[in-house]
Ligand binder design. Sequence first.
Ligand SMILES: [Zn+2]
Length: 401
Amino acid sequence: MQVQALIALLLPLAAASGWYTARRHYQRKFLEEHVHPLTQAYRRGLNYLLDDKTDKAIAAVGQILEQDDESLEVQIAFGNLFRRRGEVERAIEIHTRLRATVGLTESQRARADFELALDYLRAGLYDRSESLFLSLVESKTHGKPALQQLLLIYQQQKEWQKAIDCIIPLRRVMKPKHGETAAHFYCELAEEAMNFHRLKDARDYLAQALKDDAHSVRATIAKGRLELGNGEYRQAFESFQSLEGQNPIYLSVVLPHIRLCSERLGQERELMDYLDALYQSYGLVSAAVECAIRLRQRDGIAAAIDYLIPILEKTPDSLAISHALSMLSEDHHHGSQKMRRLSALLKDMMEGGQQFCCEHCGFGSSQIYWRCPSCQYWGSVRPTGPFSALDVQEDDSQKPR
Ligand SMILES: [Zn+2]
C-alpha cells in the first residue's frame, strides 16, 4: 500500500521532470540553432570593431544580416561600419534604403534620417546634411543630437548667428557652459561687424555676449578695443579696467591699450599709480614693469631700478629682469656691452617661450586664441605670463587677437 502510494505520488513528478528535461532540451536546441550564432556573430563583430578591424567586423555583421535581414539595428550598424571605413557611398545607400522602408515607427525613421545625415556630413555634403538635421530638430528622440550636430556644422562654417540659434533650444534641455559658448559666437559676430565698420552692430553683439556670460573677458577686451579705435578713450579705459572684476590676469594682455588710453586722456601720473596698484593687488609683474618704464621717463633710470629691485626680490621674473638689465646697460658704460647681450638673450628667451596655455589640452602659444586650435575648446587658452606686449599700434586696436 505504501509503495503504491509512493508510486502514485512520484509518477506526476517523473512526468513533470520528463517534460521539464524535454523543454530544456528544445530550448537549448533553439538557442543553439538560432540565437547563439547571432549573438556569437554580434560578439565577434563587436570584438573586431573594438580592435578596429572593420573588414572582419563587416564580415561578421554580414553573417547576422543573412540570418536576420529585417533588423533595423543591424542595418544601421552595417551602414555605420561603411561610414567608419570611409565607404560613405555604401553607407548612404544602406541608410537611404532603410529610410524608405514601409512601416517604420517615428523614432525608427528619425534614427535612419540621423544616420543618413551623418553619412552626408562625412561625405562633405553639408547642405543635405544640414537640411536633414534641421528636419529632426523637433524630433523627441533625435532633436537634441541633431541640434548638437548642427552646432558643429555652423561652427565649422563660421555661421555664428545660426550657431546661436542652435544653442538657444539646447540650453533648455541641458546645462553645460553654453552661456560662455554663445558669448564667443557673439564676439565672432562683433569682430565681423568691426571689420566692416558696423560699430553699432558690434556694440550690440558685445552687449549680448556680456549678457550671456558676464565673465566674458573676450567681450570686454573687444569692447575696449572698439572704443579705443573709435577714439572713445574714457569708455575704452573703463572697459579694460572692468577686467579686474572678471579675471585680472587678462589685464596683462591689454596693458599697451591701457597705456595708450592714459596718454590720450593726459592721465600719465594716474597711470603710474594704477599700474603699481595692479601689481600690489594682483601681483601683475608686467604692470610693475610698465610702471618702471614710466618712472624712468619721469625720474630717471636710478628711480626705476630702485622700484624694480624689491619687486624682483619678491617675484623673480624674466621680463622684469630683462627690463632692469636693459636700463642698467644704458646707465653704466662699463660692461654695458655684456649687459646688453645678456638682456638681448633674456628677451629672446622670453619671446620664444609660450605665454598662453590651453587649460584643457595643454596647447602652448605665444599669442592668445579664443578657441584652442588643438582641442577646439572655447575660452580654454589662458595667459600664463610673463608678458611683454609693450608695443601696440593704435590702428591695430580693432583687430581681433
Ligand atoms: Zn586645447
